[in-house]
Design a protein around this ligand. Structure first.
Ligand code: IMP
Ligand code: MG
Length: 333
């Protein structure tokens, strides 16, 4: 039995989607379950010739033997969810908890104007206003909507049954550590805690049930929206280095900075992470593109990895070397 939690170590967009897709494909967990805020998160997965962009579906959906679920802590936009289920043909094995929150038009309206949009640079997905209504105990939940009954489950109960039977569960976090409402760069944060503990609470797993916490960090730091970013590069320099990216949900250009060891070390602490997944190594070291074996990485790339391990204090067990979910070095042993 293995319960693995995957979280982001910086400001989101670390490449969790690709890492989770790899883990789901290789480990074939019985359940892949998503925690985190809501459809403010966007994940891009490239598998074979296909590019999948998801905002509600758990990224592990490409492994056909996994049931995929959304935990009660998450707020759902039913339109987005049903569109993705249909588009990617995953009906029949996607389930939401009866206590997931529901985003309505009023939340979308509130999130696309005013303070949240202008000052915080929110994604406009309605996630923050829905969580505010939840705190006010006025938000509708899944069990209030008859039309969602066919995909509704007791998600914590299902996870518990799998764990008791000796099965495997992959828990996917969204956003990143420093977007946490508790531990991030408040007020420039999302509307929830998104560290490993928060993600576990979202899906109904207690701390003693977790075996591994894999923290995903990218080879450089990016941030979309407002808020502090130490050693931020100019947009020109970001482009020159080939680090320019655009947001999956908002299509905004992402701000960028070099890998931040201090931030990484603090994120390891906050998440209780025991291993790291390092993504986009090929962007820093193009000679490592699509490499799947550690031994043939360049000396410079290996030195970078060793420096991260030394400064953050835990091993880098998964390394991303290209956008496809097969461009991965997996040293978990
Ligand atoms: P909200 O979560 O839509 O309220 O946005 C609050 C802040 O978090 C903004 O700076 C967003 O850009 C950022 N944010 C929220 N979700 C994500 C994500 O999944 N990736 C990156 N940034 C995010
Ligand atoms: Mg993203």
């Amino acid at each position: 039995m293995v319960v693995t939690v995957v979280v982001g170590g910086f400001f989101g967009d670390e490449g969790k989607g690709k890492v989770i897709s790899h883990l789901a494909r290789v480990d074939k967990p019985d359940i892949v379950v998503r925690g985190g805020a809501g459809p403010n998160a966007g994940h891009t997965i490239r598998s074979g010739n296909n590019t999948y962009k998801v905002r509600m579906l758990p990224c592990g959906f490409l492994n056909k033997s996994s049931r995929v679920m959304i935990g009660p802590g998450v707020v759902i936009n039913p339109t987005v969810l049903y569109d993705e289920i249909k588009k990617f043909g995953v009906g029949g094995r996607v389930f939401v908890d009866r206590n997931c929150g529901i985003i309505e038009q009023s939340h979308l309206d509130m999130d696309t104007r005013g303070e949240l949009k202008d000052k915080i640079g929110s994604t406009g997905s309605g996630t923050g206003p829905a969580n505010a209504d939840r705190a006010m105990r006025t938000l509708k939940l899944v069990h209030d909507l008859e039309e969602m009954e066919t995909i509704t489950l007791d998600v914590p109960g299902e996870i518990d049954a799998v764990v008791r039977a000796g099965g495997d569960v992959l828990v996917e976090g969204t956003q990143g550590t420093f977007l946490s409402l508790w531990h991030g760069t408040y007020p420039y944060v999302t509307s929830k805690d998104v560290t490993a503990s928060g993600i576990c609470a979202d899906v109904g797993i207690g701390p003693t049930t977790v075996d591994n916490v894999i923290m995903v960090v990218k080879a450089f730091v990016t941030r979309v929206g407002t808020g502090p970013l130490d050693n931020e590069l100019s947009p020109q320099e970001t482009v020159r280095r080939g680090w320019a990216e655009r947001g999956t949900v908002t299509n905004r250009t992402r701000r960028a900075a070099e890998f931040d060891y201090d931030l990484g070390r603090r994120a390891v602490m906050l998440n209780g992470a025991d291993q790291l997944a390092l993504t986009k190594l090929d962007i820093l070291f193009p000679e490592c593109s699509k490499v799947t074996s550690y031994d043939i990485l360049s000396t410079e790339a290996r030195l970078f990895i060793k420096t991260i391990e030394r400064k953050l204090g835990i091993p880098v067990t998964i390394i991303g070397t290209g956008p496809e979910d097969t461009s991965v070095i997996d040293r978990r042993g």
